[in-house]
Design a protein around this ligand. Structure first.
Ligand code: G6P
Length: 605
């Protein structure tokens, strides 16, 4: 959701900025722009894809060795050229790009209008530029600090300031920003993939820090104006993970990367048949643990729901799951002694982050399951388990989801063992099964063939229902979300037992119902539900484990997944659901990796 890049060095800035923006495309955007520094700043921006911006840049060939760039995902004002970033202040003092939302922008805008400022755009961002202009006293860092004192909301902003040629300035609060250190050149980005072709040496900017970049120096200032040391960290991410590597789509590549994503995630957590967590719970914490909350958004929330089934069953600890946008405002009954788990691929989702902060304020031990290293949620949690899934570029998550499931199994086993409900031998057997999971996921990828075959029929539907029971229910929600978010087919996931309470009235001749029935204990119930929809004309697509009998007589199509223990089956079930969504979307000619209106990293609420 919005992307920022910056470059200062000996090279021409424009191609580097455009390349960086392309690497941030996956975050979601609807316009893009760059500003190239010099005696006069050149601003070029366009509505729509980066290709449009590239054409304008090629036509005007702006030359300069430092500049900033931005992909905008509209929040304030329609997606058009005028509202696209960069924005320049009325007197040309500053040109800037911004991620985040300024909550008090209308109030500041009114004040500045009274002072004679006129605004060209509808954005909250232009307010930052005009406010900087108004407060500017020749000291760029000092003025950023004064501006920040007036702003409420979230921002990561990169600025070119008149009178400070060959410098890029930046400021940050509650929106990610990273400085990349090169040799005789430095970079700025809102997200790591933009930096990967150039450097792995990064400074992760903290909230309320102010940055001054030149070719040879990275200066970091605190809110008092005092200079701080920039602690450089190495990013452990290969550039390959941000490239398509022979696949036509990132989503396809990421689906196929799931065996290694899960292996890389669970292997470091298992040692000699025991669980090896990378952090420590406080003493006697698990013994006295009464309740767990799992909070997340989107697909990560579906992982949380799945984890609830497994943790409650294995460790007998009550688990509450919440979508983060509800949790943060619902005054949850939590306190010391509870455990809150936050699941997030990006580690920057605004609602999940706010929920984490809420939990911390109430003295709860916070644990995050995060994919992006050094992200805000990871840094602010008491404990963090990284899913080492590698960079996930497609907006619709696949491999991060599977890696998060892997962590859920580990946590459930750890808690059950600590509570004495799983013996050493049982733990060893379970961790062995977890270690074998990548091979089974690879076997589940063989469903590619049948899902590709079914895609034509699926792609012509207007409505599809996913039904399942028990641990299959959250998987139905995920299968439904995956398909609807990229193919734009209307899909709903339901607990199969809930069908009778309304939804079954929507079933008519030919309605596609995907019935997920992997739990032996609930198979009989699912067969009854399948019969109910079939007798009302539904076309049933069943997803079951190998060896399930009697299903071919009652379903129109059957997808078989490898068999595994009940707790681990979600990792195998999700694969054909992802593949079905992928193939149906390709069939419909929609943008698989960048679905309309969606953003990969939702950094505003
Ligand atoms: C967006 C993405 C989803 C993701 C959700 C939560 O909606 O498109 O794929 O599940 O955000 O993101 P997070 O980074 O917190 O996992």
């Amino acid at each position: 959701m919005c992307g920022i890049v910056g470059y200062i060095g000996a090279e021409e800035a424009a191609p580097i900025l455009i390349n960086g923006l392309r690497r941030l495309e996956y975050r979601g955007y609807d316009s893009a722009g760059i500003a190239i520094g010099g005696d006069n700043v050149t601003v070029i921006k366009e509505k729509g894809r980066i290709d449009n911006l590239q054409k304008s840049v090629d036509a005007s060939c702006p030359s300069g060795h430092w500049g900033i760039g931005h992909t905008r995902w509209a929040t304030h004002g329609i997606p058009d050229k005028c509202n696209a970033h960069p924005h320049t202040s009325q007197n040309g003092t500053v040109t800037l790009v911004h991620n985040g939302i300024i909550e008090n922008y209308l109030e500041i805008k009114t004040d500045l209008t009274t002072l004679g400022y006129t605004f060209k755009s509808d954005t909250d961002t232009e307010v930052i530029a005009q406010l900087f202009d108004y407060l500017y006293d020749g000291d760029a860092v000092g003025t950023m600090i004064k501006v920040s004192n007036r702003l409420e909301g979230s921002y990561a902003a990169a600025l070119l300031v008149k009178g400070h040629e060959d410098r890029i300035f930046a400021m940050k609060k509650d929106s990610p920003l990273i400085v990349g250190r090169g040799k005789g050149e430095n970079y700025l980005a809102s997200d790591i993939p933009a930096l990967l072709p150039y450097t792995k040496d990064c400074y992760i900017v903290n909230d309320n820090e102010f940055i001054e970049l030149s070719c040879d120096d990275i200066k970091v200032y605190s809110k008092t104006g005092a200079q701080k040391k920039a602690e450089i960290k190495k990013i452990e991410l290969s550039i390959d993970s941000a490239e398509k590597g022979g696949y036509s789509y990132f989503m396809e590549k990421e689906i196929y990367e799931q065996p290694s994503a899960v292996k890389n995630t669970v292997s470091p957590l298992i040692r000699n048949g025991k669980i090896n967590l990378p952090f420590q719970f406080p003493e006697n914490f698990i013994k006295n643990l009464k309740r767990i909350y799992i909070v997340a958004c989107g697909s990560a929330y579906h992982v949380g729901m799945t984890a609830k089934y497994i943790i409650e069953d294995m460790a007998r600890i009550p688990v509450e799951t919440d979508i983060a946008s509800e949790f943060r405002y619902r005054n949850p009954i939590i306190g010391k002694g509870d455990l809150c788990i936050f699941i997030s691929q990006s580690g920057e989702t605004a609602d999940t982050l706010a929920s984490l902060r809420e939990a911390k304020n109430r003295g709860v031990f916070t644990l995050s399951v995060v994919n992006v290293m050094f992200s805000t949620i990871a840094r602010e949690s008491d404990g963090v388990i990284y899913t080492n899934a590698g960079a996930e570029i497609a907006v619709a998550t696949t491999k991060a989801f599977s890696a998060q499931l892997g962590v859920s199994y580990i946590l459930a086993a750890y808690l059950a063992h600590e509570k004495g409900l799983l013996s050493d031998a049982q733990l060893e057997a379970f961790t062995r099964e977890i270690s074998e999971l990548p091979e089974k996921i690879a076997a589940s990828l063989k469903t590619d063939e049948i899902t590709a075959k079914l895609a034509g029929h699926i792609s012509r539907q207007e409505h599809i229902f996913f039904i399942g029971r028990g641990i299959d229910y959250p998987l139905c929600l995920e299968g439904s979300l995956k398909l609807k978010e990229i193919s734009y087919i209307h899909c709903e996931g339901y607990g199969a037992g809930e069908l009778k309470h309304g939804t079954i009235s929507l079933i008519e001749d030919g309605t596609v119902v995907a019935a997920v029935a992997t739990d032996d204990a609930l198979l009989g119930k699912m067969i009854s539900n399948i019969r109910e929809v079939r007798s009302r004309g539904a076309y049933v697509l069943a997803v079951v484990k190998e060896g399930t009998e009697g299903i071919e007589d009652i379903a129109d199509e059957v997808i078989y997944i490898p068999s595994a223990s009940r707790y681990l089956t979600p990792s195998l079930t999700v694969v054909p659901l992802q593949l079905l969504a992928f193939h149906a979307t390709v069939e419909r000619g929609c943008d698989v990796d960048k679905p309309r209106n969606l953003a990969k990293s939702v950094t505003v609420e």
